[in-house]
Structure formats: C-alpha cells, structure tokens
Ligand binder design. Structure first.
Ligand SMILES: [Mg+2]
Length: 189
C-alpha cells in the first residue's frame, strides 16, 4: 500500500514532453503485474511490477486518463486484484474479456466509453500480436519485456510524440496542397 516508487522519476519523464496522450491503456498480465491472474487465487495479495504504481500515480497527477485492456479469461480475479491493489478507481475504462481479435475490439469499446480517438492513446502490452494489431488502428503501442517501467514510459511518450508530429506534418501537407489547388486552376484558366 502507498508504494509510489518511481513516481518522481515518472513525473520528470512526463514533464519532458510537450505533446502527451489523452489516455494511456495498460494490459494486465506481465504488463502491470508479473503473473497470469488466471493461475492465481482471489484470496492472494497480488503485487505490481516495481514502478507500475508510481507511473500510474504520475499519469493521474498530470491529468492523463487511464484504462485497462486485458484478454484474461478470469475477469473476476483481475477485478479483485485491481481492488486489492487500490488502483481500480484510477481507470476510466476497464475491458477484460477473452477474444479472438488481438484487442482491437477492446479498443473499440474503450473509445466508445471515453470518446478519446485512437491517435490520442498510448498502449502498453507484453504480447507482440496485440501490439501489431492495435498499432494498425492508429494507437501508439509499446511492447514491454519486463513489465511497464520508467524506460517503457519514456519510449512510449517519445514514440507518441513522433507519431503525433508526423500526423501533424501530413495534415499540413494536405492543407497546403488543397489550398493551392484553386490558385493553380485559376492560373490555367
Ligand atoms: Mg499480457
């Protein structure tokens, strides 16, 4: 309880970026906690990866919303653990269900609940197939190897702002092209 180790560092990392996601989405098993919750009992007291809670608190303090996207077949155990860890109220959306799609339907539901567009979301997961599928729909997606940590947070925010800047540049290109069109046809007339 109250273990916010890494929060100060996470706040510093977030402070380095001008462009930030509106919503950060986390997988559960092997992303927020180091186990499959389907293999555990509800009676146990779970623990998170060392910096996970600090990162959640830092995002909260910066006014960034959070959500959960998990394909765990035991949503009841996952929910019990989120409660026991006192982090359940931090999530605006919590989608936990098994599915044949690689979480794209989880993200459709998260979008419906929050109204946040995919290109304003950042996603952390330990399975490459989920990362591949979710990045295709426009969400900046980061593969974690030892759970979510400060390195993954920095990588995620870096990639998010790169994607954002690329999209803005493309938008500008299209606007320029569009606004030049009438002039060039005028010239030809
Ligand atoms: Mg996982």
């Amino acid at each position: 309880m109250g273990d916010e180790s890494g929060k100060t560092e996470a706040l510093q990392i977030i402070g380095m970026f001008q462009v930030l996601p509106r919503l950060v989405v986390f997988d559960l098993d092997y992303t927020l906690w180091p186990f499959y919750c389907e293999c555990r009992s509800k009676r146990e007291m779970p623990s998170l990866y060392p910096h996970a809670k600090g990162i959640l608190y830092a995002l909260k303090e910066k006014g960034i919303d959070m959500a959960v996207a998990s394909r765990s077949p035991t949503a009841d155990i996952a929910d019990t653990f989120l409660n026991k860890l006192s982090i359940k109220p931090m999530f605006r959306a919590q989608e936990i269900f098994s599915s044949w799609t690689h979480k794209t339907d989880h993200f459709q539901r998260i979008h419906s609940r929050t109204g946040v567009p995919f290109n304003s979301m950042l996603f952390f997961d330990d399975e490459n197939r989920n990362i591949q599928a979710v990045s295709k729909i426009g969400v900046t997606s980061i593969l974690v190897e030892n759970g979510v940590n400060l390195g993954a947070l920095q990588e995620g925010l870096t990639k998010f702002s790169e994607n954002w800047k690329t999209a803005e540049k493309n938008k500008q290109k299209w606007l320029t092209k569009f606004s030049q069109k009438p002039n060039s046809s005028d010239g030809n007339a």
